[in-house]
Ligand binder design. Structure first.
Ligand SMILES: Cc1cc2nc3c(=O)[nH]c(=O)nc-3n(C[C@H](O)[C@H](O)[C@H](O)COP(=O)(O)OP(=O)(O)OC[C@H]3O[C@@H](n4cnc5c(N)ncnc54)[C@H](O)[C@@H]3O)c2cc1C
Ligand code: SF4
Length: 333
């Protein structure tokens, strides 16, 4: 059995106190929300914080405010289960409700939070292993080692962004509110991520994600499709999030974001560009799916083979767009 290492658990009741506690303890402390990712990672010694600053007791972090006309504000401590079931989210941002409802298992969604999902660690077959396993292969640069075992000549880590909600929130044009030692700021969620498997977040470790801010729904159509081995609880090996604004039959605005293809959610800019000003015909959809597929370069470091995962980018982007257009899936056409 893998055991948790020893640590102290601090339980602030306000964001201000949490920020201060984190600043007081510096690099030996981490935030924990639902703990559904962090605790298993600590058992595998991927993280060894001496102090955990718990966010669960902070009431201001939980709950949903606003409406689809003005935009919604979701507290980062809101559980994934509550996010997926919330009436306003389910009615007006249904793809976000779907993405949150596809994370892991019901038990983990009852504990896991939206903020934790946005900040969740990147993944790799050579890293999400027990300490003994990683020791046997002399570790890798993400923790305790010096080289990348997937790409030994590389000076960076290629661990994969595997959050279900991050690509969906990005596609919807969401922002996040951060609170840290220097005060508060709101940044587009796209600016929260960078293409590095170790430093995958741009925020400082002492910054708390306090809120996720959704723009007005504005009649947008959106969808999230997830590819994984077992439909019951696996992480995504591909996520496709798409949001379209239409004027009649014509696409006025489009944003497609891929999950689990890089160390950050990857926006398929060219694919979206090809849709704008067009009707969603099978030909237009095919061209956009090709444009999303070409730049996708999954590596051999998650479940299922990487050539298959690359192929499925085209299939899933086409399927997502066909469903938004009300067309049958390709295999059924
Ligand atoms: C078996 C299993 C299957 C899983 N499947 C999926 C899946 O299919 N899809 C998926 O996306 N995830 C999956 N997960 C990962 C995890 O359960 C979810 O990502 C969950 O949403 C994490 O939220 P949490 O509140 O438990 O985060 P925690 O585990 O508490 O924290 C995760 C990270 O985020 C940081 N953090 C948490 N909240 C904040 C905040 N408000 N501000 C700043 N930093 C913060 C923590 O410091 C930590 O680094 C799975 C995990 C397991 C164990
Ligand atoms: S991509 Fe390389 S450095 Fe990163 S976790 Fe995997 S093996 Fe380690």
């Amino acid at each position: 059995m893998m055991r948790l290492p020893e640590f102290s658990y601090l339980a602030p009741v306000s964001v201000g106190d949490a920020v201060k506690l984190m600043a007081d303890h510096g690099p030996e402390a981490m935030f924990v929300a639902g703990g559904t990712d962090l605790y298993p990672n600590m058992k595998r010694r991927q993280f060894e914080p001496k102090v955990l600053v718990g966010l669960r007791g902070i009431k201001e972090l939980a709950g949903v405010r606003g409406d689809h006309r003005a935009g919604l504000t979701i507290g980062a401590g809101t559980t994934l289960a509550a996010t997926s079931r919330h009436a306003e989210i389910a009615a007006h941002y249904p793809a976000l409700a779907a993405a949150a409802g596809l994370v892991s298992t019901p038990q983990l969604r009852a504990m896991g939070t939206l903020g934790g999902n946005v900040c969740v660690d990147t993944r790799c077959n050579y890293y999400n292993q027990s300490h003994q396993w990683r020791k046997a292969v002399n570790f890798c640069m993400k923790k305790d080692g010096t080289i990348c075992l997937v790409a030994p000549g590389s000076s960076r880590c290629w661990a994969v962004s595997s959050s279900d909600t991050a690509p969906m929130l990005w596609s919807l044009g969401a922002s996040v509110r951060l609170a840290g030692p220097t005060g508060e700021r709101v940044v587009p969620i796209a600016a929260l991520y960078q293409d590095d498997g170790i430093q995958y977040l741009t925020k400082q470790p002492g910054d708390i994600v306090t809120e996720i801010v959704l723009p007005p729904a504005d009649g947008a159509r959106s969808i999230y499709l997830k590819l994984r081995r077992r439909g019951s609880f696996d992480f995504p090996v591909l996520g496709v999030a798409a949001t379209l604004h239409l004027e009649g039959d014509t696409v006025r605005q489009a944003r497609i974001v891929l999950g689990a293809v890089a160390s950050l959610p990857r926006e398929a800019v060219e694919a979206a560009h090809l849709l704008v000003g067009e009707r969603l015909t099978p030909e237009v959809i095919g061209r956009a799916a090709d444009a999303a597929y070409r730049p996708a370069k999954p590596l051999d470091n998650t479940d299922l083979t990487h050539p298959y995962r690359k192929k499925m980018v085209r299939v899933y982007v086409a399927r997502a767009l066909r469903r938004l257009a009300g067309l049958p899936d390709e295999a059924e056409a």
